[in-house]
Design a protein around this ligand. Sequence first.
Ligand code: PLP
Length: 382
Amino acid sequence: MRVPKQLETKAVHSGEPHINGAVATPIFQSAMFETFGESNYHNVRYIRLNNTPNHLALQEKLAALENAEAALVTASGMAAITTTLLSILSSGDHLLVQEELYGGTHDFLTKDFPALGLTCDFIDGNDPNSWESKLKPRTKALYVETFANPLMVVPDLKAVVQFARAHKLVTMIDNTFASPVNYRPPEHGFDLSLHSCTKYLNGHSDLVAGAVIGRADLVQKVKMKLDHLGGTLDPHTAYLLQRGIKTLHLRVKYQNESALKIAKFLESHSAIAKVNYPGLENHPQHQRARELFNGCSGMLSFFLKGGLSAAEALLKNVTLPIIAPSLGGVETLLTRPATTSHAGLSPEDRKKMGISDGLIRMSVGIESTDEIIEDLDRALKA
Ligand code: PLP
């Protein structure tokens, strides 16, 4: 069989074992499988050990999408993030981490790290000169997000890889917002790329899943930790995710284009104070985004001139976008990060991160762009 080369072909054909000629990989709803003399516990075929035919097929597809050596699927994005951190770091170790972060990750680092004997320091992802002073004798890894949620900050990703190599740190990047369509971290020297597959990879807002993609030795290390911690994806969800991924490129390319048009519309609207979208020329990291990414995703955020009350009125008056957390699905979603993704942070921490109560985050779906713009325009006038 020919090996697919392009992402579009891989999304459809990679990791499709055609078991018994089945064009779609069926659901293997069996907790355990007959043994064939496996001598290693981690190779015993059992759902929790992440090695059923559904896991293996999906992992092959995910690794192919990012041109990586290996991949592992997990029960959620947070299972991918926490299990990876706990695999790479041991008690006494230190992590450097970008200051703008998904709220769940921020919570884990600030609330759970101390009891585990782990420490971290936050860095400005756009000021590489300030990183060295934060290094400690036991700094082991550097963690960033491709587009930091929700302000769409793009850290200096090239400098992250160079700095980590110079100081022998493992690099981890949460690539959820970009998806493999817009950025493939292993191609740029990142050791591990993490995903909430709940978002773009699945794309249909009907499951929760995660992935760790990258260097085979590190992915194997994470698999062994996951085997113990038990954050395993079940075969039915693996099947749904595999199905969702087949249309990833169609959805994300459309969402890239639609989000840019919506960002331009909002930017020119008299009720809007500021739009955060790296595809806009006035975004501070626009040039970097153009150089590194195939597109800037369907995610954007904006501040209204009328502050919190105007934001609440907008959310009340739109009729097509759904007011709900999460992102990356086929339907356009609006949310106020202060009450959803970043609600776990203290008001001071949110302020430091630039997340005011009136900030609105938008996940652009695959509806007609014109119809979404019409609806926003009407709701902003109302
Ligand atoms: N990373 C990012 C950037 C996210 O936005 C989220 C969830 O919103 C996660 C990780 C966590 O993923 P999950 O909800 O699948 O655990």
